[in-house]
Design a protein around this ligand. Structure first.
Ligand SMILES: [Zn+2]
Ligand SMILES: [Zn+2]
Length: 157
């Protein structure tokens, strides 16, 4: 049975900078999602997608992420991944300069419009680690990914 649903998504939280100033007001978006049948399995997939959608939308806040990146660059000019230590600049030279992804660590279920996002909630990670972090829902923590890397790489050697 095919069900078509339009889901209003209360999205994107107001974004604050580290001093608590409003950088960008959250807005509301409507998305449509098609469920291909009404089994429980599909419903959980759908839930995951909706949550992932919210997560990625939040991570795309350009202004806030840029601030986070700039602050991180002051600590670590090579922008090393906080999980595996990989640096795009170190590996790829100039084309990798200033390349890193911001991952938001707060569980999506706990987020509301009023939730303040602070730089402490953002982890800077390489694209590989970021994909692995999101390979399950709720996603892996940085610590879990670090542990996996250590365990698995030590098995290889
Ligand atoms: Zn990494
Ligand atoms: Zn992420």
């Amino acid at each position: 049975m095919e069900i078509l649903e339009f889901i209003p998504v209360e999205s994107v939280l107001d974004i604050y900078d580290i001093n608590g100033n409003l950088v960008k007001q959250g807005d509301e978006v409507v998305t449509s999602i098609i469920l291909h049948n009404d089994s429980t399995e599909s419903l959980s997939t759908f839930e995951g997608k909706k949550k992932l959608f919210l997560h990625f939308r939040k991570e795309r806040d350009v202004v806030f992420m840029k601030k986070c990146k700039d602050l991180y660059a002051k600590k670590d000019p090579l922008l090393s991944c906080e999980a595996c230590g990989f640096s795009f600049q170190k590996a790829y030279g100039d084309i990798g300069k200033s390349f890193i992804e911001g991952h938001h660590t707060k569980p999506i279920s706990g987020l509301t419009r009023e939730t303040k996002i602070s730089i402490d909630d953002i982890k800077m990670v390489c694209s590989n680690c970021h994909s692995m972090i999101h390979s399950k829902y709720p996603c892996y923590t940085i610590e879990e990914i670090k542990k996996l890397i250590t365990e698995n790489l030590s098995n290889v050697r």
